[in-house]
Design a protein around this ligand. Structure first.
Ligand SMILES: NC(=O)c1ccc[n+]([C@@H]2O[C@H](COP(=O)([O-])OP(=O)(O)OC[C@H]3O[C@@H](n4cnc5c(N)ncnc54)[C@H](OP(=O)(O)O)[C@@H]3O)[C@@H](O)[C@H]2O)c1
Length: 322
């Protein structure tokens, strides 16, 4: 993980699903899912203070304790417990949010804290990054990073030498980071955490035009960006366009693999990526995602075809937006 100086599994785990916003996942199932990921070799777990208002952090904290002694790296996020103004990213709020996350996770020093998709203007406030340096010096956090919506925010963020990692949306339906950002991050030694790798499940190929989602699932209530950035739901791809494109990817799935694993393998084909954090709601999904590490590299023909499907069917919807 670049500047972080820690080794992590190339397939990590996204713990939003076991917090809230994806329909019901009960506590036993959530813990079994976390353990299935760890059993499969996952050592990087991404969470946030707002996922289920702390539920996700508490579950990840329990996993850490129950797997005592194993090298598990926990990345959490802060910044979304208040209205999204630059002023709210203050030293007082940072320390209050940090105290709460340390308690939820049961850790004195957090491994990695990411600013949770802050307003673009924040990247032009060096004093905020100086304060994060101070939090490292205080021993509250071992390192910090940012989670961004846009490629340009990522490029600005890594000008700050203390930024250890950038979390960004990157998948066969969101290819722009490959052209502009990944090489620059690698050159500067910044860790890259890839989120929404399955385009909220769209790239698993299991949905149809008839699929419905629970009312408390953001794939129902944020389809048009009603609650947060629309790019977080199906990676910003209109569902119908995504379903058509998925059918064109299906023939490329390697023997014995799944479409979800094809998507994860495509991401891992990019050397600038440090870890990919698919979300999972049950142990089978967690194990299946971790097994993408064993899927052979994709050939030039498959890579070219995925690029062409993106250009023809997806880029017009997303390329100039993020
Ligand atoms: N702003 C931010 O910083 C931010 C925003 C979004 C996400 N994240 C992080 O990124 C993580 C991953 O992104 P994401 O959860 O939004 O989307 P994702 O990983 O692209 O999609 C997750 C969904 O894909 C389906 N899925 C997962 N594994 C599968 C498998 N093996 N086979 C079939 N279907 C599978 C599940 O859908 P079903 O529920 O339909 O089964 C699951 O809920 C989150 O958990 C979170 O940690 C961060």
């Amino acid at each position: 993980m670049g500047r972080l100086g820690r080794d992590v599994s190339e397939i990590g785990f996204g713990a939003w699903q076991i917090g809230a916003d994806w329909g019901e996942v009960d506590e036993d199932e959530a813990l079994a899912t976390l353990h299935a990921a760890a059993d499969a070799g996952v050592t990087f777990f991404d969470t946030a203070d707002v996922y289920g208002d702390g539920r996700s952090e508490r579950l990840v904290g329990r996993l850490r304790r129950e797997r005592g002694g194993e090298r598990i790296l926990v990345a959490t996020k802060m910044g979304r417990r208040a209205e999204q103004t630059v002023e709210n990213y203050s030293p007082e709020h940072f320390r209050a949010w940090n105290d709460r996350s340390r308690e939820n996770l049961g850790m004195d020093t957090l491994d990695l804290v990411q600013l949770h998709c802050p307003p673009t203007d924040l990247y032009f406030r060096p004093e905020v990054f100086a304060d994060l340096d101070a939090m490292v010096a205080e021993g509250r956090i071992a390192a910090y990073g940012v989670s961004v919506e846009r490629v340009e925010e990522a490029l600005k963020a890594i000008e700050f030498p203390g930024v250890a990692s950038v979390q960004i949306i990157f998948n066969p339906f969101r290819q722009r980071p490959a052209r502009l950002f990944l090489d620059e991050a690698a050159r500067r030694g910044v860790g890259v955490i890839v989120r929404v790798p399955l385009a909220s499940g769209l790239l698993s190929g299991k949905y149809t035009r008839e699929t419905t989602f629970a009312a408390d699932d953001h794939r129902s209530y944020n389809r048009n960006g009603e609650a947060f950035d629309v790019g977080e739901t199906f990676a910003g791809v209109p569902l119908e366009a995504g379903l058509d494109a998925v059918e064109e990817l299906r023939p490329l799935v390697p023997q014995g693999a799944s479409l979800a694993q094809l998507a994860l393998r495509w991401i891992l084909m990019h050397p600038g990526v440090s870890t990919v954090i698919p979300g999972a709601r049950n142990p089978e999904q967690a194990a299946g995602n971790a097994a993408a590490s064993d899927v052979p590299s994709l050939g030039d023909d498959a890579m070219a075809r995925i690029a062409a499907v993106y250009e023809e069917r997806i880029a017009p919807h997303v390329h100039q937006r993020w």
